[in-house]
Design a protein around this ligand. Structure first.
Ligand code: AVJ
Ligand code: FE
Length: 438
């Protein structure tokens, strides 16, 4: 967050909320009304639910809690409460139609901008009345924008979204990269107590002693994953956790989601177009079970969450943990593939400017990376500000993903950021890299 004075914080909060709304507008204006109200997959909400849910969360936190305003639409709180209604049943709710949902979100935003004008931001405290609440709501909107992009990927029909290709890596440089990097043993500071917009599950900072390990320099590619498929990986129970084996048998899964075999070629559907699967791009749309099975087949394993974060944040020269692999600077276009600038991961070996001190590439952006770890609270965790963000998900059901995808905005992605999902999920923008003990 640039500057420490209230005015700079306020400008930053407004700019970040505005960027999120521009993306929401794009995702909800590039398809017609029927597409906005349809359910494209039972795994997802209709887009128009996400749109009004974004407005309703903003009303609850920024208008009512921070601004002290009376409720504008208390009658719709329950419809847009994610815990009252699972995604599969949201199409049956009396949802605001697209024009009303848009007008509602815009009305709330206007009122919130008024609140921001009048509420001094206190840079020193993680209280709700400081900038944190704005950061939390900007992250919330961007997270739902990523969710809506997943819905776009699941939607049938011609392409509605367009974006330039990611920059091609320098072929010579990419070819010279070592397959793996050694991360030496030693303590490291995990999590954060100072990052102003870090969410409750990233806090507090605490020491971990991490034994030496080797980590893939780049995420596992489609080409490497095809070798697993061609070696009969989906038919060999040895590689699979029992629940993963049951899932692939029950659903006939034999390749990443959206892949299809055509003669000797693999094709994939990507945002309304069908194309050959590129070998040198990180694999996408695999479940935790698929990632875990690949790693075992390769004689390796998934990294733990603490290994991943040490590789991404620990600076061996100073012993300190940094915000990103490249240092403390905010992510720029040369560092990482973030923010839906592109509609796919960049090829493996891209973004030399985003490398960690030890040379690990593409830890931030491109694909969410499955780790071996369950989603658990850090020692000293406290709920902030509501238990339904993190606390209710802690336990053995969810696996942690790190690093963010091409579909996550920089505000909702940093070295400490933790995502989680069920190990069966594969519609998310998920990939992985592998590790081994040193
Ligand atoms: C952190 C991405 C798992 O989308 O379910 C959105 C974020 N929480 N609204 C999700 C979230 C409440 C959450 N993830
Ligand atoms: Fe939400």
């Amino acid at each position: 967050i640039p500057g420490q004075d209230a005015e700079a914080l306020r400008d930053h909060a407004v700019a970040t909320l505005t960027r999120a709304r521009a993306r929401t507008a794009l995702l909800t204006s590039c398809v017609d009304e029927d597409d906005l109200t349809a359910q494209h997959s039972p795994l997802m909400s209709p887009l128009v639910w996400d749109l009004a849910h974004i407005g309703n969360q903003e009303e609850q936190w920024l208008l009512r809690t921070v601004g002290g305003h009376d409720a504008v639409r208390p009658d719709i709180d329950s419809i847009y409460d994610a815990f009252e209604h699972p995604r599969s049943e949201r199409p049956t709710l009396p949802l605001l139609p697209p024009a009303e949902a848009r007008a509602y979100a815009a009305d709330i935003r206007d009122r919130v901008l008024d609140v921001i004008e009048r509420t001094p931001l206190d840079p020193g405290t993680p209280l709700l009345s400081s900038g944190f609440a704005y950061g939390m709501i900007a992250q919330h909107e961007q997270q739902h924008d990523e969710t809506m992009l997943i819905t776009h990927q699941l939607r049938k029909g011609p392409a509605a979204l367009h974006a330039p290709e990611p920059p091609a890596p320098d072929a010579g440089d990419a070819a010279r990269l070592p397959a793996e990097v050694l991360v030496p043993a030693g303590p490291f500071a995990m999590g954060t107590s100072t990052e102003p917009w870090a969410l409750d599950n990233e806090r507090p900072e605490h020491q971990r002693l991490v034994p030496a390990f080797h980590l893939d320099t780049v995420p596992v590619t489609n080409g490497a994953y095809k070798a697993f498929i061609e070696d009969g990986g989906y038919g060999d129970e040895r590689w699979w956790a029992p629940a993963g084996w049951a899932q692939i048998r029950e659903h006939g899964i034999a390749a990443p989601l959206f892949w299809r075999r055509d003669g000797n070629e693999w094709l994939r559907r990507r945002f309304g177009t069908v194309e050959p699967v590129p070998d040198d791009e990180p694999v996408l749309h695999v479940s935790w079970y698929e990632a875990d099975a690949y790693a075992r087949w390769a004689g390796r394993r998934l990294p733990t969450e603490e290994e991943w974060e040490k590789a991404a944040r620990h600076d061996p020269a100073t012993g300190a943990s940094r915000r990103y692999p490249w240092g403390d600077a905010e992510p720029a276009a040369e560092h990482a593939n973030l923010g839906q600038r592109h509609l796919r991961p960049a090829r493996a070996g891209s973004y030399p400017a985003g490398a960690s001190p030890l040379g690990v590439r593409q830890l931030i952006g491109d694909v969410w990376e499955w780790t071996s770890s369950d989603f658990l609270p850090y020692p000293g965790f406290t709920v902030f500000p509501y238990p339904e963000y993190s606390k209710v998900f802690f336990g053995g059901d969810h696996k942690v993903l790190r690093g963010g995808s091409f579909a996550v905005d920089a505000v909702a992605c940093r070295g400490t950021f933790r995502n989680w999902d069920l190990p069966v999920r594969r519609q998310i923008f998920s990939g992985f890299r592998t590790a081994r003990d040193a």
